[in-house]
Write a protein that binds this ligand. Sequence first.
Ligand code: SF4
Ligand code: SF4
Length: 383
Amino acid sequence: MENVADYKEIAELIEGAGGEAFRRCFQCGMCDVVCPWNRVRRFSMRKIVRQAAFGMTEIENEEIWRCTTCGRCPQRCPRDVRQIDSGMALRRIATEYGVFPENVRPVRGVSGNLSTQGNPFGEAREARGAWAEALGVRPFSEEMEILYFAGCYFSYDSRLKKVAAATAEILQRAGVEFGILGEAESCCGESIRKAGDEEVFKKLARQNIKAFIDRGVRRVLVSSPHCYHTFKNEYPEFMVHFEVVHMSQFLLDLIEQGRLELTREVPLKVTFHDPCYLGRHNGLYDEPREVLRRVPGVELVEMADNREDSLCCGGGGGRIWMDTPKGERFSDLRVAQALDAGARVLATSCPYCISNFEDSRLALKDDDALRVMDLTEIVREAL
Ligand code: SF4
Ligand code: SF4
């Protein structure tokens, strides 16, 4: 396959985008050993790095869009090649040239929607806070304890709006003074950045930062590990610092401070799936498990791949917007692992994981064999 752009130009762009890191690679292949793609089909990050080191990347090739940014291979790479940053750089180049393979094309539409409406679905910005209207949730004001930043999926997706509602109910029961931004909230921008659209990421980040500063926000509570990651680790690039708390941390604090009492028995055998951006990228493994241990009646079991070795759901790095054919979905493997562990509930704490697991659950012969629940939904049953 021929490159659409001049090789020399691409080579220079790759060099400028982190060529040095690519050249540190000594082709040990450890990245390919741990990559979840190699459980469902052949895929080689080692080969992508090799080609990039020589400036030979075929930017129109689908392979550069495959990485879910799960964080497994950077964890194991002996040469600190930083495959995620390097892969992102290649996608940025492809985005600049407007080169998108067939199954990546939806990302163009997503970029447009994010740019105009602040969400990937193209839903009206004005409707962003509608999930909260009947729940008595107020707009955020400076004297409140914390801002609840629901994020796109929890604001608009019909399955995930139930999680936002459970969150609001828990916060109200614990007496937390909180508010939301409603239409002033924009997508955090984490996934579109990983999908190569740096300009849209910057635009979204600036919109959110302005909204936070204008309203005197100091602490932000998030349900999505992707919002958590980008607020905590990427927004500081704009010289701002907000305290960011993920719901799993906040729940544990509320329980430990005696603000939230879990009294009702919830007799469920539960396994917890570590979302990549909660676990591997940010080290939050114990908090969600500790919350589950505090729920009366819950029996916690572990799946084959857990904590640092958790199996990605397949939704990170913008893959949530790309089509993955049947037989290649990591979430199908994860649902099977949950059943093998004897769990009746696959719990997690991330909108992409829940969306992918719900799809995989529906594909089971007996879709009642397993429930997919957010941590907050289990806690709400215990109130
Ligand atoms: S693990 Fe690192 S050094 Fe080894 S092949 Fe992959 S990128 Fe290269
Ligand atoms: S970050 Fe994950 S999905 Fe991406 S290449 Fe590495 S192991 Fe594979």
